[in-house]
Design a protein around this ligand. Structure first.
Ligand code: ATP
Ligand code: MG
Length: 552
């Protein structure tokens, strides 16, 4: 991997300070996904931040599955998350499951009860909410708050044994119902859920809540800097309370940063799962999805994603990044790596009437006009070719410099051809364009006799190979609705266009995940799902041009 020194940010400064002061000899970070969906580009930001921060200071990063909610979690997600983190280029130190700490968490809860810092409460969810108060009013104490330690120990034991139904009882931390911070008003730390867990099966029917579990997980693993997103800022006092009252030896520090949002993109596993469940997309790895699996299938590279994550930086306030910025980084990466080729996406045949019937010429075409080191390739040229439908017009508007009756253009890397005639079918569609070529005008021959204004691409009809092209637009129209409820109404009906065209025969053996730059069309990736022995399917990763400029 690249030798990276990330640019300075407030989290890095904290780490530097902690190492300098001797508070820590070594830093430990973690990436703690809940296995309730596939990772998305937002997670990549957190992955890059955690792993590169530890790397830079010779520390460690754990991958920890935060699997404390049995209802939504699944082994499929665990496997996909491991694959995606590795694919992004990172190797974790330890691989942990929060569910392996259930016993330890249970014992810490017992400790709280014994210290008079937790109690079993019989209020139902609505009543608890009603007692909680508001930002301006203090909460009301639960009538069960005064239960004795013995009573609480006995009830908690019976909760664990499965004697009560879901929601009948909860364990709450006893903190302060008048705290200005609502999170400190006797938060629930254990609930009953009679549900099978992907890892522990039916061993437990009580499960710890995130705010109780997470600090304990961090402390058990010796995490020094526990980095999370901004919405947990108000939970930090509770995080610290749990660490202290549960008498954890190790004292991790929670630090919050802004989550990544991207224009025209939904970025929450819950919503992405809805797109999958409602068959709006063809799975978590649909190339329109902002998931790591989707970006990979689309043709994004780990390098491009890492560079994007570094460039957006780490901030303390939320903002939305322009989706074009991500595109910028894949263009930048593939410009150096992707071989050039030609493909015709919406073919129309042209016949060069003055070119001999059985002749085939091998033209040497440079792979990159900017970079001679990318070499040349041999491309067959003969009497019948395909060009792009939109490169011919019967009645062109002004400033149309491509083919129309009487006009001459350059075929990329080949000759000037002049449109003489065309043939229409019964429906009036142009099906064949007849041209003549001028042998004097061969590319590279130094011909200077006259100039043409248009250069169009083509493939040789006889040797071309049929291929499918999939073009994408953003899945979501406009900005994501804040409520999130109606985002299913904002699906772009044109987010996928499937075309049957042709590619140069010399890339017919392309393999899944091979990437090419098709002249004038952009960068494409061989699709891993629809490609078969009989058929190559190309996903357009990104078109060639963008006006987007990265501010340095
Ligand atoms: P989602 O709402 O998509 O389910 P989450 O925060 O619930 O996201 P987790 O699996 O709990 O997902 O997240 C694992 C880690 O990734 C957390 O540390 C979380 O802060 C971070 N993370 C999740 N989404 C983003 C994002 N959009 N930008 C930056 N970090 C994120
Ligand atoms: Mg979550």
């Amino acid at each position: 991997m690249e030798n990276i020194t990330t640019s300075s940010n407030f989290i890095k400064n904290i780490v530097i300070e902690d190492l300098k002061s001797g508070k820590h000899q070594e830093i430990v970070t973690r990436f703690p996904p809940e296995p309730n969906g596939y990772l998305h580009i937002g997670h990549a930001k957190s992955i890059v931040l955690n792993f590169e921060l530890a790397d830079e200071f010779k520390g460690k990063t754990n991958l920890r599955f935060d699997d404390t909610n049995p209802i939504k979690e699944d082994t499929e997600y665990v496997e996909s998350i491991e694959e995606d983190v590795r694919w992004l280029g990172f190797q974790w130190e330890g691989l942990y499951f929060a569910s392996n700490y259930f016993e330890e968490m249970y014992n810490r809860a017992l400790l709280l009860i014994k210290k008079g810092k937790a109690y079993v409460c019989d209020l139902n969810a609505d009543e608890i909410k009603e007692h909680r108060g508001t930002l301006t009013e203090p909460g009301k104490e639960s009538p069960y708050r005064k239960r004795t330690i013995e009573e609480n120990l006995e009830l908690f034991e019976r909760m664990k044994k499965g004697e009560f139904k879901d929601g009948e009882k909860v364990l709450r931390a006893k903190i302060d119902m008048a705290s200005p911070n609502i999170n400190m008003r006797d938060p629930i730390i254990y609930r009953i859920a009679h549900a099978s867990h992907h890892n522990t099966g039916d061993k437990w029917c009580i499960y710890p809540m995130y705010d109780f579990a997470h600090p304990i997980e961090d402390a058990i693993e010796g995490v020094t800097h526990s980095i999370c997103t901004l919405e947990f800022e108000d939970h930090r006092p509770l995080y610290d309370w749990v660490i202290n009252e549960c008498e954890m030896e190790s004292k991790p520090r929670q630090i919050e940063f802004a989550r990544l949002n991207i224009t025209n993109t939904v970025m929450s596993k819950r919503k992405l799962k809805l797109l999958v469940d409602e068959n709006v997309v063809d799975g978590w790895d649909d190339p329109r999805m902002p998931t790591i699996a989707g970006l990979r299938r689309r043709g994004y590279t780990p390098e491009a994603i890492r560079n994007f994550c570094r460039a957006i930086g780490v901030a303390k306030s939320n903002s939305t990044v322009d989706g074009q910025m991500l595109e910028h980084f894949i263009r930048e990466d593939l410009n150096l790596k992707a071989p050039r080729t030609m493909g015709v996406l919406r073919p129309i045949k042209i016949i060069i009437t003055n070119y001999p019937e059985d002749k085939v010429e091998m033209l040497e075409i440079e792979n990159s006009p900017d970079d001679p080191s990318m070499g040349k390739r041999l491309v067959p040229f003969s009497r019948e070719l395909y060009i792009e439908e939109e490169d011919f017009m019967e009645n062109p508007p002004k400033k149309y410099f491509r083919l129309f009756p009487g006009n001459e253009v350059r075929l990329k890397g080949a000759y000037f051809v002049k449109c003489e005639n065309f043939i229409k079918d019964k429906e009036g569609r142009v099906v064949e364009v007849h041209c003549t070529y001028d042998p004097e005008t061969k590319s590279g021959s130094g011909f200077t006799g006259r100039k043409v204004k248009g250069t169009i691409h083509w493939v040789d009809a006889k040797s071309a190979v049929p291929a499918e092209f999939r073009l994408y637009e953003p899945l979501i129209l406009d900005e994501e609705n804040e409520e999130g409820k109606t985002f299913l109404n904002q699906i772009n009906p044109n987010s996928l266009e499937v075309l049957q065209g042709f590619i140069e025969g010399n890339i017919k053996d392309a393999k899944i995940q091979d990437k090419f730059q098709f002249f004038r069309h952009g960068y494409f990736n061989v699709d891993s799902k629809y490609t078969s022995e009989q058929r190559l399917v190309f996903n357009r990763i990104v078109s060639l041009k963008s006006s987007f400029k990265i501010e340095k």
